[in-house]
Design a protein around this ligand. Structure first.
Ligand SMILES: Cc1cc2nc3c(=O)[nH]c(=O)nc-3n(C[C@H](O)[C@H](O)[C@H](O)COP(=O)(O)O)c2cc1C
Length: 716
């Protein structure tokens, strides 16, 4: 399996044990001086231990602090950075992984330049500013954080002179030579993502009339000079390559695939030993999810294939590529290596697990964009499904070691918080029994898996892990005081989820109104989680048959089936535009329903990381879903929903929206009922997940993880 992806290869003189590269990711774990210290080393060491064939570092500033995006970006602009960088390469090499340094200058995105009152270095004065078409879809808090990250300075531009460009080439060459001395195995020049070299390459940003502007040969000159400079400074055999944009989406006169193919050829002529193919789009709004942090699976694969057809050196493909798709790409000669970004934040051991045929053990990325959202706020990376990411120095060894004080742990609730707590506790060597009142594990994650496919992989993984680790699972039963008395656990964890309080809306009890519980019961046939809704005879027969055949137990099959049949009317109003409401709206719109999403507040899907929100809201609008914010539901009638709208600065107005089905996602409340009932002097009870306040998947996983690690704390 995956023999192409797992086969060894080489880039120039560099031998690689497999064709899996850890993509460059600005994780911003460093302190505000750009120096490598233990947390940074531990982050990369974890990825090296995970078996990658090649690690490419985050963008590292060749001219730090000049041209850096953040003070937390790594620097390699003087020998002061050497000790940390040396320690990094040594620790990575100890696990058999070569490491390339990605050298960058951020040009127009050099946030640190603005913060420190330096002008942004650019090919030309831009003819337009960064704009966002349509609504911003950001919260006030997010806008505040972005403004704070940008700093107090006002961005100004300095059009690079030829002397500036010569100095830049020198800086990169010196940085490459320094990286070589620090023990790096290769250099990747960041020629993509709207940073300085990409700006020179793009006719949308480069209006120069000298030898660095105009024809592509001129626009590529700077990149080629830098490649040649780095090659010369490192002695010729040392591998140097570049990452480029195969396309610049959303810019009429931006980079086109044919330009990128020619750039790749010119780069190879200048000495590049490989070409890494990414892409770029306007970074504010849904464009950000077109590129570089692509939403579409294998979104740039054909672009990589186009470049591969034109060059003789290895091509590295990237962009939401699954290992299976990566294997096929390599097999059909469309790429030589594949870089994995987000998947290696979710599971740095992905390569080793693939090599060992343990696919089911790979913690999947759910493509929620939590990781990359942090960069907008100048914060360290964070992974929704892997709490260890960016905390390796403190946490990864704890997960590898068994506890010296094994405990007996009972967990009530098999949703994401309970499952993660069970997984981590069992990994540490605690004895765990998990009780779930429904007939299947998953809790709210099961429903989330139905509407958003990557969540199903997370659910499968959690179930697989707890079973592999020998967690005892009791289904169809609520943990009671008698169980606690009988089993005498050291700790009880309650992870039973939130309670649903029907909001006091007139008409909420009408038969065509569904809340989260009844919707779940309707879609999954699971009645232990909520009241079965009123259904016609046809619906009952279909659901009964589905349950009998086991179809309703699989979110994937249910997702497929629901394209053909769903006992939900053609016109649907969803009351509650939170994360759940927005995902549900997308699910229903994809199944031909005409959907209106009604939100009381200003912002839809406020709980989503903003890049994912940008994508989802963009797709909803494209699909014709009507999004109504600042709307209060006055009553639900047999024919629809009556609202009062309060548009900003205008008089409130009434509106009626007709609907055959109304879904109310509101009313989730913390529920400490079971915790209170189980609490006694004899046992410690810890509440985690949504029963303490709704935190969605990220909150549940992080709380479950933390609670399980805390089992070793003295008070547990
Ligand atoms: C948190 C984060 C930080 C990133 N930082 C960089 C970077 O420093 N340099 C770079 O070239 N690409 C960066 N990228 C883009 C990735 O290298 C990669 O191209 C992108 O995530 C698509 O690959 P994936 O779908 O496997 O995540 C970053 C991506 C993420 C998620």
């Amino acid at each position: 399996m995956l023999k192409n992806l797992l086969s060894p290869t080489r880039i120039g003189t560099l031998e690689l044990r497999n064709r899996i590269a850890v993509a460059p990711m600005g994780v911003e774990i460093a302190e505000a001086d750009g120096k490598v210290r233990e947390p940074v080393i531990a982050y990369y060491e974890e990825r090296a231990r995970g078996g990658a064939g090649l690690i490419i570092t985050e963008n590292t500033s060749a001219c730090y602090p000049r041209g850096a995006n953040s003070a937390h970006e790594l620097g390699v602009s003087s020998d002061d950075f050497l000790p940390g960088l040396k320690a990094l390469t040594e620790r990575v090499h100890a696990h058999g992984a070569p490491i390339a340094i990605q050298l960058a200058h951020h040009g127009k995105v050099g946030r640190l330049d603005t913060q420190q009152n330096r002008p942004l270095l650019m090919p030309s004065t831009p003819r337009k500013g960064l704009r966002i078409d349509g609504p911003l879809d950001l919260s006030l808090e997010e806008m505040g954080l972005m403004a704070a990250a940008a700093g107090k300075g006002r961005p100004t531009v300095h059009e690079a002179t030829v002397e500036d460009l010569q100095a830049l080439v020198q800086d990169f060459a010196a940085a490459a030579e320094r990286a070589q001395r620090a023990g790096f195995d290769a250099v990747e020049i960041h020629g993509a993502h709207g940073y300085i070299f990409s700006e020179f390459l793009s006719p949308a940003w480069n209006f120069r009339e000298d030898e660095y502007g105009g024809a592509l040969e001129n626009r590529a000159r700077l990149l080629c000079e830098v490649i040649a400079g780095c090659k010369a400074a490192t002695g010729g055999d040392f591998p140097v390559w570049c990452r480029i944009d195969a396309v610049e989406f959303g810019e009429e006169d931006g980079i086109r695939p044919a330009d990128a193919q020619l750039t790749a050829e010119l780069a190879v002529e200048a000495g590049a030993d490989a070409i890494h193919v990414s892409a770029y789009a306007h970074p504010l709004g849904a464009g950000f999810t077109l590129a570089p942090i692509v939403h579409a699976e294998s979104g740039f694969a054909e672009l990589a294939a186009g470049i591969k057809a034109r060059v003789s050196v290895p091509v590295i493909a990237v962009g939401r590529i699954s290992p299976e798709a990566a294997d096929t790409l390599i097999e059909r000669g469309a790429a030589d290596l594949v870089a994995f970004g987000r998947p290696t934040l979710a599971d740095p051991a992905m390569p080793i697990k693939l090599a060992e045929g343990r696919q089911a053990s790979i913690r999947p990325c759910v493509y929620c964009y939590t990781c990359v959202a942090q960069a907008f706020f100048d914060r360290s990376v964070r992974c929704a499904v892997n709490p260890v990411t960016a905390n390796e120095a403190e946490l990864s060894s704890r997960l590898r070691e068994k506890t010296s004080t094994p405990k007996r742990v009972l967990i009530a609730g098999g949703g994401p918080a309970g499952l993660e707590a069970a997984r981590v506790a069992a990994t540490r060597g605690h004895r765990v029994t998990l009780y779930e009142k429904a007939s299947q594990l998953g809790g709210t994650l099961r429903f989330a898996a139905l509407v958003y496919e990557p969540n199903e992989r997370l659910l499968d993984w959690l179930q697989h892990e707890v079973r592999e680790l020998g967690v005892e699972i009791v289904l169809g039963r609520t943990l009671g005081t008698a169980d606690v008395a009988e089993q005498a656990p050291d700790v009880v964890m309650v992870a039973t989820g939130a309670r649903r309080e029907k909001p006091p809306i007139e008409g909420i009890d009408l038969p065509h109104v569904l809340d989260g519980d009844s919707l779940r019961a309707l879609m999954t046939g699971e009645t232990s989680t909520g009241p079965a809704p009123d259904l016609g005879i046809f619906d009952r027969v279909i659901i009964g048959a589905g349950r009998l055949l086991g179809i309703l137990r699989s979110p994937g099959r249910l997702r497929t089936l629901s394209h053909r049949y769903m006992p939900i009317g053609k016109r649907v109003v969803i009351v509650g535009g939170d994360l759940v409401g927005a995902e549900l709206a997308e699910f229903l719109a994809e199944r031909g329903r005409s959907v209106t999403l009604v939100e009381e507040g200003e912002l839809f899907a406020a709980q989503m990381a903003h890049p994912r929100r940008w994508r989802v809201l963009h797709d909803l609008r494209e699909a014709g879903v009507e999004l109504i914010n600042r709307a209060c539901v006055d009553r639900i009638t047999r024919h629809g929903v009556e609202l009062t709208l309060s548009p900003e600065g205008e008089k409130p107005e009434s509106r009626e929206i007709s609907a055959e089905s109304v879904i109310v996602t509101l009313g989730l409340e913390p529920d400490l009922d079971l915790s209170t009932r189980l609490k006694s002097d004899a046992v410690r009870v810890v509440s985690i997940g949504d029963c303490t306040g709704v935190g969605y998947i990220e909150g549940a996983i992080h709380e479950g993880f933390k609670a399980a690690l805390a089992l070793d704390d003295p008070e547990s």
